[in-house]
Design a protein around this ligand. Structure first.
Ligand SMILES: Cc1cc2nc3c(=O)[nH]c(=O)nc-3n(C[C@H](O)[C@H](O)[C@H](O)COP(=O)(O)OP(=O)(O)OC[C@H]3O[C@@H](n4cnc5c(N)ncnc54)[C@H](O)[C@@H]3O)c2cc1C
Length: 523
Protein backbone atom coordinates (compact mmCIF):
# COMPACT_ATOMS: atom_id res chain seq x y z
CA UNK A 1 0.00 0.00 0.00
CA UNK A 2 1.18 3.54 -0.73
CA UNK A 3 2.60 5.55 2.13
CA UNK A 4 0.07 8.01 3.55
CA UNK A 5 0.72 11.46 2.23
CA UNK A 6 -1.36 14.59 2.60
CA UNK A 7 -3.27 14.80 5.88
CA UNK A 8 -6.70 16.31 5.38
CA UNK A 9 -8.24 19.34 6.91
CA UNK A 10 -11.55 21.05 6.18
CA UNK A 11 -9.66 23.01 3.52
CA UNK A 12 -9.89 19.82 1.48
CA UNK A 13 -13.66 20.25 1.22
CA UNK A 14 -13.82 20.21 -2.55
CA UNK A 15 -10.31 20.54 -3.93
CA UNK A 16 -8.46 17.28 -3.85
CA UNK A 17 -4.68 17.57 -4.11
CA UNK A 18 -3.01 15.13 -6.50
CA UNK A 19 -1.88 11.84 -5.03
CA UNK A 20 -2.82 9.63 -2.13
CA UNK A 21 -4.54 10.79 1.03
CA UNK A 22 -4.53 9.77 4.65
CA UNK A 23 -7.10 10.15 7.37
CA UNK A 24 -8.16 8.35 10.53
CA UNK A 25 -11.71 7.43 9.54
CA UNK A 26 -12.98 7.21 5.99
CA UNK A 27 -16.77 7.22 5.48
CA UNK A 28 -17.99 5.88 2.14
CA UNK A 29 -21.22 7.64 1.16
CA UNK A 30 -22.91 10.77 2.53
CA UNK A 31 -26.52 9.54 2.79
CA UNK A 32 -28.37 8.97 6.04
CA UNK A 33 -25.79 6.56 7.47
CA UNK A 34 -22.67 8.42 6.31
CA UNK A 35 -23.74 11.94 7.22
CA UNK A 36 -24.95 10.96 10.68
CA UNK A 37 -21.68 9.08 11.23
CA UNK A 38 -19.73 12.23 10.28
CA UNK A 39 -21.91 14.27 12.66
CA UNK A 40 -21.32 11.80 15.49
CA UNK A 41 -17.55 11.95 14.92
CA UNK A 42 -17.31 15.73 14.66
CA UNK A 43 -15.90 16.21 18.18
CA UNK A 44 -14.05 12.91 18.42
CA UNK A 45 -10.59 14.32 17.71
CA UNK A 46 -10.30 11.86 14.82
CA UNK A 47 -9.71 13.11 11.29
CA UNK A 48 -12.71 12.08 9.22
CA UNK A 49 -13.07 12.06 5.45
CA UNK A 50 -16.49 11.52 3.84
CA UNK A 51 -16.13 10.22 0.30
CA UNK A 52 -19.20 10.72 -1.90
CA UNK A 53 -19.53 9.66 -5.53
CA UNK A 54 -22.17 12.30 -6.23
CA UNK A 55 -22.01 16.09 -6.32
CA UNK A 56 -24.03 18.74 -4.47
CA UNK A 57 -27.59 18.83 -5.76
CA UNK A 58 -27.92 22.14 -7.62
CA UNK A 59 -30.02 24.98 -6.21
CA UNK A 60 -32.35 25.67 -9.14
CA UNK A 61 -36.03 26.21 -9.92
CA UNK A 62 -36.43 22.74 -11.47
CA UNK A 63 -36.33 21.22 -7.97
CA UNK A 64 -40.00 22.05 -7.55
CA UNK A 65 -41.06 21.24 -11.12
CA UNK A 66 -42.86 17.89 -11.35
CA UNK A 67 -42.24 17.70 -15.10
CA UNK A 68 -38.46 18.16 -14.70
CA UNK A 69 -38.32 15.65 -11.86
CA UNK A 70 -40.67 12.93 -13.06
CA UNK A 71 -40.79 13.15 -16.83
CA UNK A 72 -37.33 14.49 -17.64
CA UNK A 73 -35.84 12.60 -14.64
CA UNK A 74 -33.47 15.48 -14.02
CA UNK A 75 -32.10 14.18 -10.70
CA UNK A 76 -31.91 10.45 -11.49
CA UNK A 77 -28.18 9.85 -11.78
CA UNK A 78 -27.61 6.22 -10.79
CA UNK A 79 -26.19 3.75 -13.29
CA UNK A 80 -28.38 0.94 -14.65
CA UNK A 81 -28.68 -2.22 -12.61
CA UNK A 82 -29.83 -5.59 -14.01
CA UNK A 83 -32.74 -7.84 -13.14
CA UNK A 84 -31.02 -11.14 -12.33
CA UNK A 85 -33.97 -13.17 -13.66
CA UNK A 86 -34.37 -11.52 -17.05
CA UNK A 87 -30.97 -9.91 -17.51
CA UNK A 88 -32.79 -6.69 -18.43
CA UNK A 89 -31.41 -3.36 -17.23
CA UNK A 90 -33.48 -1.11 -15.00
CA UNK A 91 -33.03 2.33 -13.45
CA UNK A 92 -32.89 1.85 -9.67
CA UNK A 93 -34.72 4.27 -7.39
CA UNK A 94 -31.54 5.50 -5.75
CA UNK A 95 -29.78 8.84 -6.09
CA UNK A 96 -26.11 9.75 -5.98
CA UNK A 97 -25.95 13.21 -4.43
CA UNK A 98 -24.35 14.69 -1.34
CA UNK A 99 -26.99 13.63 1.21
CA UNK A 100 -27.78 10.45 -0.74
CA UNK A 101 -31.37 9.34 -1.07
CA UNK A 102 -32.49 11.73 1.64
CA UNK A 103 -32.21 14.58 -0.89
CA UNK A 104 -35.34 13.14 -2.55
CA UNK A 105 -36.94 11.26 0.31
CA UNK A 106 -40.37 11.94 1.81
CA UNK A 107 -38.94 12.82 5.25
CA UNK A 108 -41.32 10.46 7.09
CA UNK A 109 -39.26 9.39 10.07
CA UNK A 110 -41.12 6.78 12.15
CA UNK A 111 -39.40 4.50 14.63
CA UNK A 112 -39.62 0.78 14.03
CA UNK A 113 -42.02 -0.87 16.48
CA UNK A 114 -40.60 -2.75 19.51
CA UNK A 115 -41.97 -5.99 17.99
CA UNK A 116 -39.84 -5.49 14.86
CA UNK A 117 -36.71 -6.34 16.83
CA UNK A 118 -38.01 -9.78 17.91
CA UNK A 119 -38.49 -12.97 15.90
CA UNK A 120 -41.94 -12.60 14.37
CA UNK A 121 -44.38 -14.99 12.77
CA UNK A 122 -45.41 -13.84 9.29
CA UNK A 123 -47.60 -15.46 6.68
CA UNK A 124 -44.65 -16.92 4.76
CA UNK A 125 -42.50 -17.78 7.79
CA UNK A 126 -40.56 -15.97 10.49
CA UNK A 127 -38.62 -12.75 10.30
CA UNK A 128 -35.50 -13.10 12.47
CA UNK A 129 -34.83 -11.21 15.69
CA UNK A 130 -32.22 -8.47 15.81
CA UNK A 131 -29.03 -8.81 17.88
CA UNK A 132 -30.18 -5.87 20.00
CA UNK A 133 -33.54 -4.71 21.28
CA UNK A 134 -35.76 -1.71 20.78
CA UNK A 135 -34.75 -0.55 24.27
CA UNK A 136 -31.09 -0.60 23.24
CA UNK A 137 -31.87 1.71 20.34
CA UNK A 138 -34.46 3.91 22.04
CA UNK A 139 -32.20 6.71 23.39
CA UNK A 140 -30.63 7.09 19.95
CA UNK A 141 -34.01 7.37 18.25
CA UNK A 142 -34.63 10.35 20.54
CA UNK A 143 -31.29 11.93 19.62
CA UNK A 144 -31.95 11.62 15.89
CA UNK A 145 -35.47 13.00 16.28
CA UNK A 146 -33.88 16.00 17.97
CA UNK A 147 -31.23 16.37 15.25
CA UNK A 148 -33.81 16.23 12.45
CA UNK A 149 -36.45 18.17 14.43
CA UNK A 150 -38.98 15.45 13.71
CA UNK A 151 -42.59 16.52 14.14
CA UNK A 152 -44.97 14.02 15.69
CA UNK A 153 -47.59 13.38 18.37
CA UNK A 154 -47.30 10.63 20.96
CA UNK A 155 -50.32 8.65 22.10
CA UNK A 156 -52.23 8.40 18.82
CA UNK A 157 -50.91 5.13 17.40
CA UNK A 158 -51.66 2.00 19.45
CA UNK A 159 -48.49 0.33 18.10
CA UNK A 160 -46.24 3.25 19.20
CA UNK A 161 -43.29 1.90 21.19
CA UNK A 162 -42.00 3.51 24.40
CA UNK A 163 -40.53 7.00 23.93
CA UNK A 164 -38.20 8.47 26.57
CA UNK A 165 -38.79 11.94 25.15
CA UNK A 166 -41.50 13.90 23.41
CA UNK A 167 -41.12 14.75 19.73
CA UNK A 168 -39.18 18.03 19.38
CA UNK A 169 -42.17 19.65 17.65
CA UNK A 170 -45.88 18.85 17.31
CA UNK A 171 -47.01 16.94 14.24
CA UNK A 172 -47.80 18.67 10.98
CA UNK A 173 -51.53 19.29 10.84
CA UNK A 174 -53.65 17.49 8.27
CA UNK A 175 -55.02 19.63 5.46
CA UNK A 176 -58.85 19.48 5.12
CA UNK A 177 -59.15 16.49 2.76
CA UNK A 178 -56.83 14.43 4.94
CA UNK A 179 -58.49 15.55 8.17
CA UNK A 180 -61.77 14.37 6.65
CA UNK A 181 -60.20 11.04 5.68
CA UNK A 182 -58.82 10.63 9.22
CA UNK A 183 -62.25 11.31 10.76
CA UNK A 184 -63.95 8.82 8.47
CA UNK A 185 -61.34 6.16 9.22
CA UNK A 186 -61.79 6.77 12.95
CA UNK A 187 -65.52 6.24 12.57
CA UNK A 188 -64.70 2.75 11.27
CA UNK A 189 -62.82 1.98 14.49
CA UNK A 190 -59.36 2.56 12.99
CA UNK A 191 -56.62 4.64 14.63
CA UNK A 192 -55.12 7.03 12.08
CA UNK A 193 -52.23 9.00 13.54
CA UNK A 194 -50.07 11.92 12.49
CA UNK A 195 -47.05 10.50 10.69
CA UNK A 196 -43.70 11.70 12.14
CA UNK A 197 -42.10 13.94 9.56
CA UNK A 198 -39.04 16.18 9.19
CA UNK A 199 -40.62 18.75 6.90
CA UNK A 200 -40.16 22.12 8.55
CA UNK A 201 -43.23 23.89 7.16
CA UNK A 202 -45.39 26.33 9.09
CA UNK A 203 -47.62 28.18 6.64
CA UNK A 204 -49.72 26.93 3.76
CA UNK A 205 -47.35 28.83 1.45
CA UNK A 206 -44.47 26.72 2.82
CA UNK A 207 -46.47 23.61 2.10
CA UNK A 208 -47.20 24.70 -1.45
CA UNK A 209 -43.47 25.33 -1.93
CA UNK A 210 -42.63 21.80 -0.82
CA UNK A 211 -45.69 20.20 -2.41
CA UNK A 212 -43.83 17.73 -4.62
CA UNK A 213 -40.80 17.09 -2.43
CA UNK A 214 -41.61 13.42 -1.77
CA UNK A 215 -39.59 11.86 -4.59
CA UNK A 216 -38.09 15.24 -5.52
CA UNK A 217 -35.55 17.61 -4.00
CA UNK A 218 -36.75 20.20 -1.56
CA UNK A 219 -37.66 23.38 -3.46
CA UNK A 220 -37.63 25.63 -0.41
CA UNK A 221 -34.90 24.00 1.67
CA UNK A 222 -37.51 23.14 4.32
CA UNK A 223 -37.01 19.37 4.26
CA UNK A 224 -34.68 18.04 6.94
CA UNK A 225 -32.24 15.74 5.15
CA UNK A 226 -28.88 14.12 5.86
CA UNK A 227 -26.95 16.95 4.24
CA UNK A 228 -28.54 19.93 5.96
CA UNK A 229 -29.17 18.30 9.36
CA UNK A 230 -26.05 16.17 9.85
CA UNK A 231 -23.33 16.68 7.24
CA UNK A 232 -23.31 20.47 7.21
CA UNK A 233 -22.82 20.78 10.99
CA UNK A 234 -20.21 18.01 10.82
CA UNK A 235 -18.25 19.90 8.16
CA UNK A 236 -18.18 22.95 10.41
CA UNK A 237 -15.77 20.97 12.55
CA UNK A 238 -12.13 21.30 11.46
CA UNK A 239 -11.54 17.55 11.59
CA UNK A 240 -14.31 16.54 9.12
CA UNK A 241 -13.83 16.86 5.34
CA UNK A 242 -15.81 15.89 2.28
CA UNK A 243 -14.62 14.73 -1.10
CA UNK A 244 -17.36 14.82 -3.71
CA UNK A 245 -17.48 13.18 -7.18
CA UNK A 246 -15.24 10.45 -5.81
CA UNK A 247 -16.18 6.82 -6.10
CA UNK A 248 -14.70 4.22 -3.79
CA UNK A 249 -13.90 1.13 -5.85
CA UNK A 250 -12.18 -1.15 -3.35
CA UNK A 251 -11.75 -1.62 0.38
CA UNK A 252 -8.13 -2.45 1.24
CA UNK A 253 -6.74 -4.69 3.96
CA UNK A 254 -3.44 -5.89 5.35
CA UNK A 255 -2.01 -8.83 3.41
CA UNK A 256 -3.43 -11.38 5.84
CA UNK A 257 -6.85 -9.79 5.32
CA UNK A 258 -7.55 -9.24 9.03
CA UNK A 259 -7.48 -5.43 9.23
CA UNK A 260 -8.64 -2.69 6.93
CA UNK A 261 -6.07 -0.14 5.80
CA UNK A 262 -8.28 2.21 3.78
CA UNK A 263 -9.90 2.37 0.36
CA UNK A 264 -9.04 2.89 -3.28
CA UNK A 265 -11.05 5.58 -5.03
CA UNK A 266 -11.39 7.28 -8.41
CA UNK A 267 -12.05 10.92 -9.22
CA UNK A 268 -11.86 12.62 -12.61
CA UNK A 269 -10.01 9.62 -14.04
CA UNK A 270 -7.40 9.55 -11.27
CA UNK A 271 -7.20 6.47 -9.06
CA UNK A 272 -5.70 6.95 -5.63
CA UNK A 273 -5.56 5.46 -2.16
CA UNK A 274 -7.06 6.89 1.00
CA UNK A 275 -5.35 5.22 3.90
CA UNK A 276 -7.33 5.04 7.13
CA UNK A 277 -7.38 3.01 10.30
CA UNK A 278 -11.16 2.79 10.24
CA UNK A 279 -13.49 2.35 7.26
CA UNK A 280 -17.25 2.95 7.56
CA UNK A 281 -19.30 1.70 4.61
CA UNK A 282 -22.46 3.79 4.17
CA UNK A 283 -22.98 3.50 0.41
CA UNK A 284 -26.52 2.07 0.64
CA UNK A 285 -27.35 -1.62 1.00
CA UNK A 286 -26.73 -2.55 -2.62
CA UNK A 287 -23.60 -0.47 -3.17
CA UNK A 288 -21.99 -1.44 0.14
CA UNK A 289 -22.50 -5.12 -0.65
CA UNK A 290 -21.15 -4.56 -4.16
CA UNK A 291 -18.04 -2.91 -2.75
CA UNK A 292 -17.41 -5.84 -0.44
CA UNK A 293 -17.98 -8.32 -3.26
CA UNK A 294 -15.59 -6.50 -5.57
CA UNK A 295 -12.87 -6.19 -2.90
CA UNK A 296 -11.35 -9.62 -3.45
CA UNK A 297 -7.87 -10.70 -2.39
CA UNK A 298 -5.99 -13.89 -1.63
CA UNK A 299 -7.29 -13.70 1.93
CA UNK A 300 -10.85 -12.95 0.79
CA UNK A 301 -11.32 -14.64 -2.60
CA UNK A 302 -15.14 -14.45 -2.47
CA UNK A 303 -15.28 -10.81 -1.46
CA UNK A 304 -14.31 -9.00 1.68
CA UNK A 305 -15.87 -10.05 4.99
CA UNK A 306 -17.68 -12.84 3.19
CA UNK A 307 -16.60 -15.97 5.09
CA UNK A 308 -20.33 -16.60 5.74
CA UNK A 309 -21.10 -16.38 2.02
CA UNK A 310 -23.89 -13.96 2.95
CA UNK A 311 -22.60 -10.68 1.52
CA UNK A 312 -25.22 -9.50 -0.97
CA UNK A 313 -27.79 -12.10 0.14
CA UNK A 314 -31.02 -11.55 2.12
CA UNK A 315 -31.77 -8.46 0.00
CA UNK A 316 -35.09 -7.02 1.17
CA UNK A 317 -37.01 -4.06 -0.17
CA UNK A 318 -40.63 -4.15 1.16
CA UNK A 319 -43.72 -5.17 -0.76
CA UNK A 320 -45.27 -1.86 -1.63
CA UNK A 321 -48.29 -0.55 -3.49
CA UNK A 322 -49.23 2.93 -4.63
CA UNK A 323 -52.93 3.24 -3.87
CA UNK A 324 -55.36 5.93 -5.06
CA UNK A 325 -58.88 6.49 -3.79
CA UNK A 326 -60.81 8.51 -6.39
CA UNK A 327 -63.72 10.83 -5.62
CA UNK A 328 -64.61 12.16 -9.10
CA UNK A 329 -66.84 15.00 -7.89
CA UNK A 330 -64.41 16.63 -5.45
CA UNK A 331 -60.91 18.02 -5.94
CA UNK A 332 -58.25 17.18 -3.36
CA UNK A 333 -56.41 20.48 -2.94
CA UNK A 334 -53.92 19.17 -0.40
CA UNK A 335 -50.36 20.50 -0.82
CA UNK A 336 -48.39 18.35 1.64
CA UNK A 337 -50.31 15.11 2.01
CA UNK A 338 -47.87 12.97 3.99
CA UNK A 339 -49.35 13.67 7.40
CA UNK A 340 -51.37 10.52 8.09
CA UNK A 341 -50.49 6.93 8.93
CA UNK A 342 -52.47 3.84 9.95
CA UNK A 343 -50.92 0.91 11.80
CA UNK A 344 -54.09 -1.02 12.65
CA UNK A 345 -52.83 -3.92 10.50
CA UNK A 346 -49.17 -3.58 11.49
CA UNK A 347 -49.16 -6.38 14.08
CA UNK A 348 -50.87 -9.77 14.10
CA UNK A 349 -54.46 -9.51 15.31
CA UNK A 350 -57.87 -8.55 13.96
CA UNK A 351 -58.45 -12.28 13.28
CA UNK A 352 -54.99 -12.93 11.78
CA UNK A 353 -51.93 -14.66 13.17
CA UNK A 354 -49.60 -12.57 11.01
CA UNK A 355 -49.05 -8.86 10.31
CA UNK A 356 -50.15 -7.09 7.14
CA UNK A 357 -48.18 -3.85 7.27
CA UNK A 358 -48.23 -0.07 7.37
CA UNK A 359 -50.41 2.46 5.58
CA UNK A 360 -49.23 6.03 5.02
CA UNK A 361 -49.76 8.82 2.55
CA UNK A 362 -47.78 9.47 -0.57
CA UNK A 363 -46.86 13.00 -1.51
CA UNK A 364 -49.88 14.36 -3.39
CA UNK A 365 -49.80 12.78 -6.85
CA UNK A 366 -49.82 15.15 -9.85
CA UNK A 367 -50.42 14.42 -13.51
CA UNK A 368 -46.73 14.79 -14.39
CA UNK A 369 -45.77 12.18 -11.78
CA UNK A 370 -48.27 9.68 -13.19
CA UNK A 371 -47.05 10.49 -16.71
CA UNK A 372 -43.60 9.19 -15.69
CA UNK A 373 -45.11 5.69 -15.29
CA UNK A 374 -48.09 5.95 -17.68
CA UNK A 375 -46.62 7.82 -20.68
CA UNK A 376 -49.42 6.78 -23.06
CA UNK A 377 -52.27 8.31 -21.07
CA UNK A 378 -53.00 11.93 -22.10
CA UNK A 379 -51.93 14.55 -19.62
CA UNK A 380 -55.39 16.13 -19.26
CA UNK A 381 -56.78 12.77 -18.12
CA UNK A 382 -53.94 12.18 -15.68
CA UNK A 383 -54.45 15.69 -14.28
CA UNK A 384 -58.21 15.16 -14.01
CA UNK A 385 -57.81 11.92 -12.04
CA UNK A 386 -54.89 12.93 -9.80
CA UNK A 387 -56.65 16.18 -8.89
CA UNK A 388 -59.41 14.01 -7.40
CA UNK A 389 -57.48 11.33 -5.51
CA UNK A 390 -56.11 10.67 -2.07
CA UNK A 391 -52.84 8.80 -2.54
CA UNK A 392 -51.59 6.16 -0.14
CA UNK A 393 -48.50 4.01 0.20
CA UNK A 394 -48.97 0.48 1.53
CA UNK A 395 -45.97 -1.51 2.76
CA UNK A 396 -45.73 -5.10 3.93
CA UNK A 397 -42.62 -6.63 5.41
CA UNK A 398 -40.77 -8.92 3.02
CA UNK A 399 -38.77 -11.74 4.56
CA UNK A 400 -35.06 -12.41 4.18
CA UNK A 401 -34.28 -15.12 1.62
CA UNK A 402 -30.75 -16.09 0.66
CA UNK A 403 -31.63 -16.35 -3.01
CA UNK A 404 -32.73 -12.71 -3.08
CA UNK A 405 -29.36 -11.18 -3.58
CA UNK A 406 -27.05 -8.66 -5.16
CA UNK A 407 -24.41 -10.12 -7.48
CA UNK A 408 -21.69 -8.61 -9.61
CA UNK A 409 -21.46 -9.77 -13.21
CA UNK A 410 -18.58 -8.21 -15.15
CA UNK A 411 -18.55 -5.45 -12.56
CA UNK A 412 -22.27 -4.65 -13.08
CA UNK A 413 -24.90 -4.91 -10.36
CA UNK A 414 -27.42 -7.70 -10.79
CA UNK A 415 -30.37 -8.05 -8.43
CA UNK A 416 -32.07 -11.44 -7.98
CA UNK A 417 -35.45 -10.71 -6.45
CA UNK A 418 -38.50 -12.89 -5.95
CA UNK A 419 -40.87 -11.12 -3.56
CA UNK A 420 -41.84 -12.98 -0.39
CA UNK A 421 -44.86 -12.57 1.89
CA UNK A 422 -47.15 -11.31 -0.88
CA UNK A 423 -50.42 -12.76 0.42
CA UNK A 424 -50.56 -10.45 3.45
CA UNK A 425 -49.76 -7.58 1.13
CA UNK A 426 -52.76 -8.45 -1.04
CA UNK A 427 -54.86 -8.68 2.10
CA UNK A 428 -53.65 -5.23 3.16
CA UNK A 429 -54.70 -3.82 -0.20
CA UNK A 430 -58.13 -5.43 0.23
CA UNK A 431 -58.58 -4.10 3.77
CA UNK A 432 -57.50 -0.58 2.82
CA UNK A 433 -59.69 -0.61 -0.29
CA UNK A 434 -62.70 -1.37 1.89
CA UNK A 435 -61.81 1.35 4.42
CA UNK A 436 -61.10 4.03 1.80
CA UNK A 437 -64.31 3.24 -0.09
CA UNK A 438 -66.26 3.57 3.14
CA UNK A 439 -64.46 6.87 3.73
CA UNK A 440 -66.06 8.28 0.57
CA UNK A 441 -63.74 7.33 -2.31
CA UNK A 442 -65.76 4.89 -4.48
CA UNK A 443 -63.07 4.13 -7.04
CA UNK A 444 -59.72 2.54 -6.19
CA UNK A 445 -56.62 2.36 -8.39
CA UNK A 446 -53.56 0.42 -7.30
CA UNK A 447 -50.11 -0.21 -8.69
CA UNK A 448 -47.70 -2.65 -7.04
CA UNK A 449 -44.10 -1.51 -7.16
CA UNK A 450 -41.52 -3.62 -8.98
CA UNK A 451 -37.79 -4.24 -8.84
CA UNK A 452 -36.83 -0.62 -9.57
CA UNK A 453 -38.63 0.78 -6.52
CA UNK A 454 -35.89 -0.18 -4.13
CA UNK A 455 -35.57 2.89 -1.96
CA UNK A 456 -36.13 0.78 1.18
CA UNK A 457 -33.40 -1.72 0.29
CA UNK A 458 -31.71 -3.51 3.20
CA UNK A 459 -30.30 -6.80 4.51
CA UNK A 460 -27.30 -7.39 2.25
CA UNK A 461 -24.81 -7.72 5.14
CA UNK A 462 -26.94 -8.76 8.10
CA UNK A 463 -25.87 -8.23 11.70
CA UNK A 464 -25.95 -11.12 14.15
CA UNK A 465 -24.03 -12.93 16.82
CA UNK A 466 -22.96 -15.99 14.83
CA UNK A 467 -20.29 -15.40 12.13
CA UNK A 468 -21.68 -18.37 10.17
CA UNK A 469 -25.10 -16.77 9.75
CA UNK A 470 -24.24 -13.06 9.68
CA UNK A 471 -21.72 -10.70 8.09
CA UNK A 472 -21.58 -8.14 10.90
CA UNK A 473 -21.49 -8.47 14.66
CA UNK A 474 -24.10 -6.79 16.85
CA UNK A 475 -22.11 -3.52 16.63
CA UNK A 476 -22.12 -3.64 12.80
CA UNK A 477 -18.40 -4.39 12.57
CA UNK A 478 -17.57 -7.12 10.07
CA UNK A 479 -16.87 -10.44 11.77
CA UNK A 480 -13.89 -11.02 9.48
CA UNK A 481 -12.06 -7.67 9.26
CA UNK A 482 -11.02 -5.37 12.11
CA UNK A 483 -12.12 -1.74 11.88
CA UNK A 484 -14.41 -2.28 8.91
CA UNK A 485 -18.01 -1.33 9.77
CA UNK A 486 -21.20 -1.20 7.69
CA UNK A 487 -23.56 1.53 8.86
CA UNK A 488 -26.32 1.70 6.26
CA UNK A 489 -29.39 -0.53 6.09
CA UNK A 490 -27.28 -3.49 4.93
CA UNK A 491 -27.19 -4.61 8.57
CA UNK A 492 -31.00 -4.97 8.98
CA UNK A 493 -31.77 -8.62 9.86
CA UNK A 494 -35.40 -7.96 8.87
CA UNK A 495 -37.05 -5.14 6.93
CA UNK A 496 -39.95 -4.28 9.28
CA UNK A 497 -42.68 -2.50 7.31
CA UNK A 498 -41.81 1.11 8.03
CA UNK A 499 -39.55 3.73 6.49
CA UNK A 500 -35.95 2.88 7.36
CA UNK A 501 -34.04 6.19 7.58
CA UNK A 502 -34.54 7.00 11.28
CA UNK A 503 -33.49 3.47 12.25
CA UNK A 504 -30.35 3.70 10.09
CA UNK A 505 -29.40 6.97 11.80
CA UNK A 506 -30.21 5.83 15.34
CA UNK A 507 -28.13 2.71 14.85
CA UNK A 508 -25.14 4.81 13.78
CA UNK A 509 -25.31 6.68 17.08
CA UNK A 510 -25.72 3.40 18.99
CA UNK A 511 -22.51 1.87 17.64
CA UNK A 512 -20.41 5.05 17.42
CA UNK A 513 -18.77 4.80 20.88
CA UNK A 514 -17.37 1.39 19.87
CA UNK A 515 -16.05 2.83 16.62
CA UNK A 516 -14.37 5.76 18.35
CA UNK A 517 -12.83 3.48 20.96
CA UNK A 518 -11.28 1.24 18.33
CA UNK A 519 -10.12 4.00 15.94
CA UNK A 520 -6.52 5.13 16.02
CA UNK A 521 -5.52 8.75 15.62
CA UNK A 522 -2.62 8.82 13.17
CA UNK A 523 0.36 11.05 13.96
C1 LIG B 1 -37.98 8.84 -3.37
C2 LIG B 1 -37.58 8.31 -2.01
C3 LIG B 1 -38.41 8.55 -0.92
C4 LIG B 1 -38.04 8.06 0.34
N1 LIG B 1 -38.80 8.40 1.42
C5 LIG B 1 -38.40 8.00 2.65
C6 LIG B 1 -39.10 8.43 3.81
O1 LIG B 1 -40.05 9.21 3.75
N2 LIG B 1 -38.65 7.99 5.02
C7 LIG B 1 -37.58 7.13 5.13
O2 LIG B 1 -37.25 6.73 6.26
N3 LIG B 1 -36.92 6.72 4.05
C8 LIG B 1 -37.27 7.15 2.83
N4 LIG B 1 -36.54 6.78 1.74
C9 LIG B 1 -35.39 5.88 1.94
C10 LIG B 1 -34.22 6.61 2.58
O3 LIG B 1 -33.89 7.75 1.82
C11 LIG B 1 -33.05 5.64 2.65
O4 LIG B 1 -33.46 4.54 3.45
C12 LIG B 1 -31.82 6.24 3.28
O5 LIG B 1 -31.42 7.41 2.65
C13 LIG B 1 -30.70 5.20 3.19
O6 LIG B 1 -29.55 5.73 3.80
P1 LIG B 1 -28.13 5.12 3.44
O7 LIG B 1 -27.12 5.89 4.19
O8 LIG B 1 -28.19 3.66 3.61
O9 LIG B 1 -27.97 5.32 1.87
P2 LIG B 1 -28.17 6.54 0.90
O10 LIG B 1 -28.97 7.61 1.52
O11 LIG B 1 -28.65 5.95 -0.38
O12 LIG B 1 -26.71 7.09 0.70
C14 LIG B 1 -25.70 6.34 0.10
C15 LIG B 1 -24.69 7.31 -0.47
O13 LIG B 1 -23.53 6.59 -0.86
C16 LIG B 1 -23.07 7.11 -2.09
N5 LIG B 1 -22.29 6.04 -2.72
C17 LIG B 1 -22.75 4.87 -3.22
N6 LIG B 1 -21.74 4.13 -3.67
C18 LIG B 1 -20.60 4.83 -3.44
C19 LIG B 1 -19.23 4.58 -3.70
N7 LIG B 1 -18.82 3.43 -4.25
N8 LIG B 1 -18.33 5.55 -3.39
C20 LIG B 1 -18.73 6.71 -2.82
N9 LIG B 1 -20.02 7.00 -2.56
C21 LIG B 1 -20.95 6.06 -2.84
C22 LIG B 1 -24.32 7.48 -2.83
O14 LIG B 1 -24.07 8.42 -3.85
C23 LIG B 1 -25.19 8.04 -1.71
O15 LIG B 1 -25.00 9.42 -1.53
C24 LIG B 1 -36.86 7.28 0.48
C25 LIG B 1 -36.03 7.07 -0.61
C26 LIG B 1 -36.37 7.58 -1.85
C27 LIG B 1 -35.44 7.34 -3.01
Amino acid sequence: MTTPSQPLSSDALLEKPAGDLATDVVIVGSGMGGSVAAWALRDSGLNVLVVERGDFLPEEPQRGDARAVHIEKRYANAEQWYDGKTGKPFSPGVYYWVGGNTKLYGACLPRFRAEDFARTQHHDGFSPGWPFTYDDLEPFYSQVEELFEVRGNLGEDPTEPRHSSEYPAPALRHEPAIENLAERLKRQGLHPFHMPNALNVESQADRELEAISDGAPSAGGLKGDAENRALAPALASANVSLLTRTRVVEVLTTEDGTTTTGVRATRDGETFTISATTVLLCAGAVNSASLLLSSTSAAHPDGLANSSGLVGRNYMVHNSTFFMGVKPWRKNRTAWQKTLGVNDWYLAGRGRTYPLGNVQMLGKLRGAMAKGVRPLIPMFLLNFVTNRTVDLYLTTEDLPAEDNRVRLVDGKIHVDWTPTNLKPHDELVTEVSRAVRRAGYPFILTERMGIATNSHQCGTAVAGTDPRSSVLNADCRTHDVDNLWVLDSSFFPSSAALNPALTIAANVLRVMPKIVASSVRQP
